[in-house]
Write a protein that binds this ligand. Sequence first.
Ligand code: ATP
Ligand code: MG
Length: 611
Amino acid sequence: MLAGLVLLEALSILLFALLLVSKQARDIHERTDQRLQHQAVALALQVREALLENQPGWVSYSVRIAGESPNVALAKVTDPEGNVLFVSKGDADLVTLLPVERAAMPLLRENQARVFALGQGRWEGTAPIYTDGTLRGMVWVENDRAWDTEQLQPIVRGTFIFGVIWIAASALLVMLMARAISRPLAVLHRGTRALMDSPVEGGNFPLPVTVHNEFGDLIEAFNRMVASIDEQRTGLNDTLSLLDSMLANAPIGLAFLDSSSRFVRVNQVFAGMTGISLSRHLGRTLAELLPDPVAQELEDAVQGVFAAGEPERNLELSGQQADSKRPWTWLVSAYPVRTMPNQVRWVGVIVLDASERKRAEEALRRTEKLAAAGRLAASIAHEINNPLEAITNLLFLLRNYCGLEQPAMGYVEMAEHEARRITEITQQTLRFYRQSTLPARTTMAELLDSLLSLYQVRLNTLGIQVVRDYDPAISLFCFAGEVRQVMANLVGNAIDATAGGGRILVRARRSRNWKYPEQEGVRLTVADTGSGMGPGVREHIFEAFFTTKSVTGTGLGLWVSHEIIAKHHGLVHVKSRTTAGGRPSGTVFEIFFPDNQNLAPQGAQTAAAKA
Ligand SMILES: Nc1ncnc2c1ncn2[C@@H]1O[C@H](COP(=O)(O)OP(=O)(O)OP(=O)(O)O)[C@@H](O)[C@H]1O
Ligand SMILES: [Mg+2]
């Protein structure tokens, strides 16, 4: 731009110089014109005087004097026919008039001079010589071009010097302007470009401050602005990644929906809950992703929040997971997300997976029912005991009654046998449900027999053979109720696995801890020839609520058993295989209970009550 300015300046100076020179040239030409006229008239008058005085020598003298004038190249005198009589320089015989001079001759009038162009920048003034009204000849005065040029030269030189000085001064001024204005402006321009092209990485900031004027201040202000934008951007990025992390890592399901119930953001936990990948949620509506009536209920809640602008809390929704078909229960709250006070932009949905809690409640209800049934059974058994004792005593008296005949005696014996069975059943029932709160030495055979007799009917029905392999003398210092609970769970699972018929082995042995051999105790084994477990099942069996029995299992049996074993500082070991390898399937649970005299008294709640 500045170079353009200098060029413009140079052009205008050139134009100015041209105008000035042409004006000067015109002035010089006018002056030459006047001078030539004047000189021609003066010479004509002098020649006329000489002719009147009859002094021809004066003519020659006057012509030479005229020729001596600095602006005159040649002066000559001709007769009326145009024959040259006198010339200021050279020989008059050798000089003839030019056609252009001859053409001017008829135009001459008395006392009038004329100037005309001879061509090639030469001019000539001519005037007639009249004496007493008779044309006696003409004078011709030709200007000296060199003299004219000389006149013009100082002006041209002056103009040139002025132009050069002017342009140099302008260039200097432009240079100073460039340093003070255009360079800082260019720096600012580059900086702004870099900022616009790549707002995140930016250019080489801060920009250099090369001048100490308003533009320098401007660059400094620009640098401060860029630094503050950077700071704000960093802050914004921090906030965004914080928000992202809050959304992604929240241990609850979070989803945001727009006014057409489309998912705009979803976290991983929510995607895990629906069983649909996170990316498939985005841009899809509730109805497109979730089955009815869940989608409808959720949509109603979301639209309700959009309409009222108020949160909705603790909606309980139940459904099935898309991939695993596992039933779930969600506790949903929806709240408005606003960017302006009166406008709900999105609705945030917080989802808590209440499925486990629901299942736990269900299990607890069932356990409560079982416990209540157990207590009822125990109290019935207890109440039966008194009349039963009376019946037993009466039968004893009846048997010793002398007058009884043989067949009647047989009936009494049968009645006694059945009464003994009732006694046995009531005692076993009482023993099973009696919940001791103190650890005690317990005979394993007694514990296992009472347990197996409870399952006897099921075992017979399913055609399962039970092998009892235990020494009647083996005893253990333990919470008998809890150990019975563990064994009941193991035998119950073994029966479930062997439902098609097979064998179950229940064994008790004195043993040593297989990790710390110095510790003595009892090893209890429950083995079955049932369906067995694959590795996928095997690794989850001690987790709460893990079951493969859908509706018939709670998945709490082994979890509770594991807790009880841990409480007794015992160990558990499982071996199992399915028929997958072509070998017979089956499962072996081995438990080691240390014979620990220092077991702490039990808390208020026994494990039996737990499951
Ligand atoms: N002897 C076994 N043979 C084959 N699978 C077994 C055996 N014992 C346990 N399992 C597997 O372990 C799972 C968990 O057992 P657990 O006793 O904890 O729960 P459950 O039997 O399913 O339900 P419940 O709470 O009514 O006992 C079972 O569902 C079953 O798949
Ligand atoms: Mg079980």
